[in-house]
Write a protein that binds this ligand. Structure first.
Ligand SMILES: NC(=O)c1ccc[n+]([C@@H]2O[C@H](COP(=O)([O-])OP(=O)(O)OC[C@H]3O[C@@H](n4cnc5c(N)ncnc54)[C@H](O)[C@@H]3O)[C@@H](O)[C@H]2O)c1
Length: 252
């Protein structure tokens, strides 16, 4: 298929699963991440690009140099975020409202919301100008519709609020773009996975698994079906929607 792909946050943990899906449909995929060392590394159809999505000037320049006209369709998957992880050694955060750092909160919202807005803006502008069908998939989280059950993070610890604010906001951004660009043949949706199994410590995995009726954490492979559904014509009449992949966690 003659499709051009873009993935932000492509150096992160989940990106490999998204790349696997897009490789089935795209002739060229730009992998965009702040963490890359070199400028534009090519590996077959994959083009790695070091880019800060919060820099409007750099994002604008990046899109000015991309040829959309040689393609029939384009896909943008927004994954870049400040995500607070739990590892083998426990939560990598220790957070409460009273001692919180507003600068960290600003930075997180800047990446997850403003950065996603900026890259989506230039992607859509270019798609409309070159008159090609397009599709955006935003990576939200079950915390786009729920507030975290902090009992899994250890005593007196809380998942930082920036994550909840950003992911709830991302649902608004998704719906706004979906309505705004519907007439331009651009669909915009989001997926909301719960915490993904990733070598976390046993105590956390056990407690987190109890939060869902299915009784376990989701694996990274299990996001691929929803990604494929939303970025292809299998979902051709769906826009502005959020698919929650949480093993029923949000039902309790
Ligand atoms: N891992 C999970 O359990 C989980 C669960 C639900 C939702 N999600 C969401 O899925 C997405 C991917 O998750 P992940 O675990 O791969 O995240 P991750 O933290 O491993 O990767 C995020 C990537 O974003 C990049 N990034 C940060 N700021 C950037 C910027 N300004 N410009 C460009 N790139 C930037 C980072 O360098 C990093 O490679 C995130 O939006 C996350 O919130 C993850």
């Amino acid at each position: 298929m003659n499709t051009l792909g873009f993935i932000t946050g492509s150096n992160g943990f989940l990106a490999q699963n998204v790349i696997k899906v897009l490789e089935k449909y795209c002739k060229k995929i730009y992998l965009i991440d702040l963490a890359y060392n070199e400028d534009e590394v090519e590996e077959g159809i994959l083009h790695k690009k070091k880019l800060d999505i919060t820099s409007e000037k750099n994002v604008d320049t990046f899109f000015q140099n991309i040829d959309f006209q040689s393609f029939d369709k384009s896909i943008l998957v927004n994954m870049a975020a400040i995500d607070h992880k739990v590892t083998k050694h426990g939560a990598d955060f220790k957070w409460n409202i009273e001692e919180s750092n507003v600068e960290k909160l600003r930075k997180s919202i800047e990446v997850s919301l403003i950065g996603t807005f900026i890259i989506s803006k230039y992607f859509c502008t270019k798609s409309v100008k070159d008159n090609i069908e397009s599709n955006i998939l935003n990576f939200a989280s079950d915390l786009s519709v729920l507030i975290s059950n902090d009992s899994v993070y250890g005593e007196n610890n809380h998942k930082p609020i920036d994550y909840s604010i950003s992911k709830h906001g991302l649902i608004g951004l998704t719906k706004y773009f979906a309505v705004y660009y519907a007439k331009n043949n651009i669909r915009v949706n989001s997926i909301s996975p719960s915490g993904i199994e990733n070598d976390q410590n046993e105590d956390f995995v056990e407690k987190y698994s109890m939060l869902a009726p299915i009784g376990r954490m989701i694996t990274s492979e299990e996001i691929e079906g929803a990604v494929e559904f939303l970025v292809t014509d299998k979902s051709s009449f769906i826009t502005g929607q959020n698919i929650i992949l949480d093993g029923g966690k949000s039902l309790w």
